[in-house]
Design a protein. Structure first.
Ligand SMILES: Cc1ncc(COP(=O)(O)O)c(C=O)c1O
Ligand SMILES: [Zn+2]
Length: 442
C-alpha cells in the first residue's frame, strides 16, 4: 500500500508493449547470474533466479560504428558515448552531465605514498555528485516511457540528483531517505521541488519500503525498477578516464563502494572499451573504499569470500556509503579479488584527514566518500596492492559542501593563530593594530 505521506499522481504508466527500446546497439536485458534474456521494461530481477538484470549491447556493431575521432568531435557530456548507452534517441532536455576534469594530483600523491595520482573530479556535476550520471540515463528512460513520477531510495546524493533531473524534465519527484541525513542534502532535494520523505531507519529500511512502492505505483524508482538503466550511467566514468588519458587505462582505479554499482560498472566500462577497440586491453587493479563503521564488502574481501554479511546498524559519518546490505556486494568482492585489487575499510578520522589534505593540496573539496577513497588508496599502497610507479586514478564522487560537519572531525576545536590552517577566533568589528593580531594578540 502506498505510504500515507504521499498521494500517487493519477497518470498511469503506459502499457508494457510501448516501453520497448529500439536501439540498434542494444540487444536487450539479460540476467547477470543465469544469462536469461528479458525484455527492456521496468524489470530489474530475473524471473528465473532473481539475479540482477543488465543491458546487453551488440559490441561488434558498436565497434564498426564508433572510433576515437568521432567521439572526440562530439560536445562534452556523457552522451558523447551514446552508442554505449541504452537509449535510442538523445534526450532533448537535461543539464550537461559528465566530462568532469581529470586532475594531476602531484602535491597530494606523496602524502598517500603514491608516485602518480590522477583525481577524477566528479564533485563538479550539476547536483554536485557522480549520481547525475546514472540518474541521467534512468530519468531519460522514465521520461521516454512517460512514467508518472521519478523517485529513489537515497543515502543522500541520489536524492539531489533525482530531484534535479525531475525538475529539468518537468516530472514530479519523490525521494526517500534515512531521517538522519545531512541537512544540506535534504535541502538540495527540497530546493529542486521534490517531495522529500525521511524514514526513521537505515538505508536498507528505506530501500525495502521503496521496493514495495515501486511495485504499487509504477513510478520510476531510478535505483530500483530502473536499476538496469541507472547502473549503466556509471560506466561513463571509465569511458571519460580512458579518453582523458589519451585512450588508455591506468594501473589502478580507486573508488568508493556503497551498493557496489559504481565500482563494478567501472570494471565493466574499461572491459567494454577494449571490446569495441577504443583502448588496448590491459590489467587494471580495482581498489574499493568503505567506512569502517559500515564495511560489509571490505569484511567479505578480508575473509576471502563473496558471501557478504549485512551490517545491521551502520556507525559512521560517511552516510553516503552507509548501505549495510549492498545489492552488488558479491560482485564487488569478485572484481577486487579477480583483478588483484582490494577493498579497504577506513576510519572516520582518516576520512576527515584525507578530505582536508586533498582540499588543502589540490583545491578540490570532496564529501566523505571522497575522503574514504583517498584513505583507501593510501591503505592499498601500505598493504602492497599499489606498487612503485603505478599510475592511480582516484574518484572523488561528491562535493564537500554536502557534508560540512566532516572536516572538523579529529580537530580539537581550538581556535587557530594567524598562519595555521583552521578556524581562527572571531574578531570584534573594529580591532587593531593588525600587526598585534598577526603576532598572536587581538
Ligand atoms: C558520493 C558517493 N560516492 C559513491 C557512492 C557509491 O555508489 P554505489 O551505491 O554505486 O556503490 C555513493 C552512493 O550513494 C555516493 O553518494
Ligand atoms: Zn537469472
Amino acid at each position: 500500500m502506498p505510504s500515507p505521506m504521499v498521494s500517487p499522481p493519477t497518470t498511469s504508466p503506459p502499457a508494457t508493449s510501448s516501453r520497448r527500446v529500439a536501439s540498434s546497439f542494444v540487444l536487450g536485458l539479460a540476467c547477470r547470474r543465469c544469462s536469461r534474456a528479458e525484455e527492456m521494461d521496468l524489470a530489474y530481477v530475473c524471473r528465473a533466479c532473481f539475479g540482477p538484470l543488465e543491458v546487453v549491447y551488440d559490441y561488434a556493431r558498436i565497434a564498426a560504428t564508433i572510433d576515437r575521432e568521432s567521439i572526440g568531435s562530439r560536445p562534452p557530456g556523457i552522451w558523447r558515448y551514446r552508442e554505449l548507452l541504452p537509449l535510442h534517441d538523445l534526450p532533448t532536455k537535461g543539464l550537461t552531465v559528465g566530462s568532469t576534469p581529470l586532475v594531476c594530483a602531484d602535491r597530494l600523491a606523496p602524502t598517500l605514498g603514491l608516485d602518480r595520482l590522477w583525481i577524477k573530479d566528479d564533485t563538479r556535476n550539476p547536483s554536485l555528485s557522480f549520481k547525475d550520471r546514472p540518474v541521467a540515463i534512468a530519468a531519460a528512460r522514465a521520461h521516454a516511457w512517460q512514467l508518472a513520477a521519478l523517485a529513489c531510495a537515497s543515502t543522500g546524493n541520489l536524492a539531489g540528483a533525482t530531484a534535479l533531473a525531475a525538475a529539468v524534465l518537468g516530472m514530479p519527484a519523490y525521494v526517500f531517505v534515512p531521517a538522519d541525513l545531512e541537512p544540506a542534502k535534504l535541502h538540495q532535494a527540497v530546493a529542486f521541488g521534490a517531495t522529500v520523505v525521511p524514514l526513521q531507519g537505515t538505508y536498507d529500511d528505506v530501500n525495502r519500503v521503496c521496493i514495495e512502492l515501486a511495485d504499487e505505483t509504477g513510478w520510476g524508482f531510478v535505483n530500483i525498477n530502473l536499476r538496469p538503466f541507472y547502473a549503466e550511467g556509471s560506466r561513463t566514468l571509465a569511458f571519460e578516464i580512458a579518453e582523458q588519458l589519451g585512450w588508455r587505462s591506468p594501473d589502478v582505479v580507486v573508488a568508493p563502494i556503497a551498493s557496489g554499482a559504481l565500482f563494478t560498472k567501472l570494471g565493466r566500462g574499461f572491459d567494454e572499451l577494449a571490446a569495441v577497440g577504443l583502448i588496448e586491453r590491459k590489467a587494471i587493479r580495482f581498489v574499493g573504499g568503505q567506512a569502517e563503521g559500515c564495511a560489509p564488502v571490505a569484511n567479505a574481501c578480508d575473509h576471502g569470500t563473496e558471501a557478504v554479511t549485512p551490517v545491521k546498524e551502520p556507525d559512521t559519518f560517511v552516510r553516503s556509503l552507509a548501505i549495510g546490505s549492498p545489492a552488488d556486494g558479491a560482485h564487488a568482492v569478485r572484481l577486487a579479488m579477480a583483478t588483484g585489487g582490494s577493498v579497504e575499510a577506513v576510519s572516520d578520522i582518516e576520512t576527515a584527514r584525507a578530505i582536508r589534505a586533498v582540499a588543502g593540496l589540490e583545491g578540490i573539496y570532496p564529501e566523505t566518500a571522497g575522503g574514504v577513497t583517498l584513505a583507501a588508496a593510501a591503505a592499498a599502497r601500505r598493504r602492497g596492492v599499489i606498487h612503485d610507479g603505478d599510475e592511480v586514478v582516484a574518484l572523488l564522487t561528491g562535493n564537500g559542501l554536502k557534508t560540512p560537519d566532516a572536516v572538523n572531525l579529529g580537530q580539537t576545536g581550538r581556535r587557530v593563530r594567524p598562519g595555521e590552517p583552521g578556524l581562527a577566533a572571531a574578531l570584534p568589528a573594529s580591532f587593531g593594530p593588525v600587526a598585534t593580531w598577526l603576532e598572536g594578540g587581538t
